[in-house]
Design a protein around this ligand. Structure first.
Ligand code: NAD
Ligand code: MG
Length: 393
């Protein structure tokens, strides 16, 4: 078997580390071509020691300079590159057949889109890319013949529960609806007042999953589910009314497909991202993920409706999806700014939804035909949300 050659964008993050964990369980099956990070030199050095990539990219030049010295001192034959352009280079290199897209936020868009244009097999964790550039991204995938495998546990579950020959035609496949499960996050049972005043430490303490800070805050606000609704719209060619959200606090059922005959097919498992990662890495084969077996005896699985009054971010995402055009790019950019301010202690949790609603009011409705239109919407939304949060709007 020729090994699959991998570039891992965002290797130093939670998804990147889990990906390398699965890769290390299968010597000979995968070869690591490039790893990328932003600032975490120590972790990248460790990963270079362990996986011997040809290239290590640090998007921050100062971090790249430091890594170059450390790699040299360690006698590793790894070439260190820097800057955003290098991310695209290693994502499109002809030697690479598979790209794990696991940078957080719209920062991952250029390299992920380039990998799509280059016809790679893309393991997509970076949901923000699809939220910002959905139509454009899916067009690029179709035009190049790239292969798109979802890593987000919900979308990976749906992918597993769909017919293997699903071509985006719900009618023909007999599909009524896609059901995205949501854990409800750490604030599921809190009052609106308590949620509005929540601290960063409370927000990042997710009950079931260990994740990066940004997605942890998104999970607490349910914006993560909102982004996933938009992600599902593009991945599976679903109409907004065909995407349903159900809160399932145990995170055992990862999502479901409802069929015309009344069947509902769910994918279940221990909440561990190595399962969807291994599914996509091995596809169409099933490979060991190092995940403990699901223990169902004595467990209760419960389901409840999401409360958009206490979690307005979820409604904002449905609104942005219905509005179309540049609205989802605006939603995403304003959210990224608000979450960063919240984590810095400069904005309240309640201000996240308020600033996104403001940015949608001011910026949504503009052109969205080209990547430039979307990047312009992203820039304007960041400015407008930032001014709002600084009390200058
Ligand atoms: P993380 O914060 O742990 O890691 C982010 C990675 O992106 C790091 O390697 C970091 O160096 C890199 N990065 C950050 N900013 C960058 C920039 N400006 N330029 C280049 N690289 C940059 O995040 P994560 O939890 O691993 O999430 C990564 C992506 O996967 C997100 O889009 C998230 O929504 C998605 N995702 C994560 C999980 C999870 O369980 N962690 C589940 C589903 C989807
Ligand atoms: Mg998810």
């Amino acid at each position: 078997m020729t090994p699959r050659t991998l570039t891992i964008l965002g290797a130093t993050g939670t998804i990147g580390v889990n990906t390398l964990d699965v890769v290390a369980r299968h010597p000979g099956r995968f070869r690591v071509f490039a790893l990328t990070g932003a600032t975490q030199v120590e972790r990248m050095l460790e990963q270079c020691r362990m996986h011997r990539p040809r290239f290590a990219v640090m998007s921050e030049p100062a971090a790249a300079a430091e890594l170059r010295v450390r790699v040299g001192a360690a006698g590793l034959a790894v070439e260190v590159l820097e800057g955003a352009a290098a991310l695209t280079e290693v994502a499109t290199a002809p030697e690479v057949d598979t790209v794990m897209a696991a940078i957080v936020g719209a920062a991952g868009l250029p390299a992920t889109l380039a990998a799509a244009q280059a016809g790679k097999r893309i393991l997509l964790a970076n949901k923000e890319t699809l939220v910002v550039s959905g139509q454009l991204f899916m067009d690029a995938v179709a035009a190049s013949g790239a292969e798109l495998l979802p890593i987000d546990s919900e979308h990976n579950a749906i992918f597993q529960a769909l017919p293997r020959d699903f071509d985006g035609d719900f009618q023909r496949a007999g599909i009524n609806a896609l059901w995205l499960t949501a854990s409800g996050g750490p604030f599921r049972t809190l009052s609106a007042e308590a949620i509005a005043a929540a601290t960063p430490a409370q927000a990042v303490a997710h009950p079931n999953w260990v994740m990066g800070k940004k997605i942890s805050v998104d999970s607490a606000s349910l914006m993560n589910k909102g982004l996933e609704v938009i992600e599902a719209r593009w991945l599976f060619n679903a109409r907004p009314e065909q995407i349903k959200v159900v809160v399932h606090p145990q995170s055992i059922v990862h999502s479901m497909v409802e069929y015309a005959d009344g069947s509902v097919i769910a994918q279940m498992g221990t909440p561990d991202m190595r399962t969807p990662i291994a599914y996509a890495l091995g596809f169409p084969e099933r490979i060991d993920a190092g995940v403990s077996a699901l223990e169902l005896m004595g467990r209760q699985l419960t389901f409840e409706a999401p409360d958009t009054a206490r979690f307005p971010c979820l409604q904002l995402a449905f609104d942005a999806l219905a509005a179309g055009g540049n609205a989802a790019a605006v939603l995403n950019a304003a959210n990224e700014v608000a979450v960063a301010r919240f984590l810095d202690g400069a904005a309240s949790f309640g201000a996240i939804a308020a600033s996104i609603a403001h940015a949608l009011d001011v910026v949504a409705g503009g052109a969205a035909a080209t990547l430039d239109d979307l990047l312009e919407a992203d820039r304007r939304a960041r400015r407008v949300a930032g001014e709002y949060l600084a009390g200058r709007a």
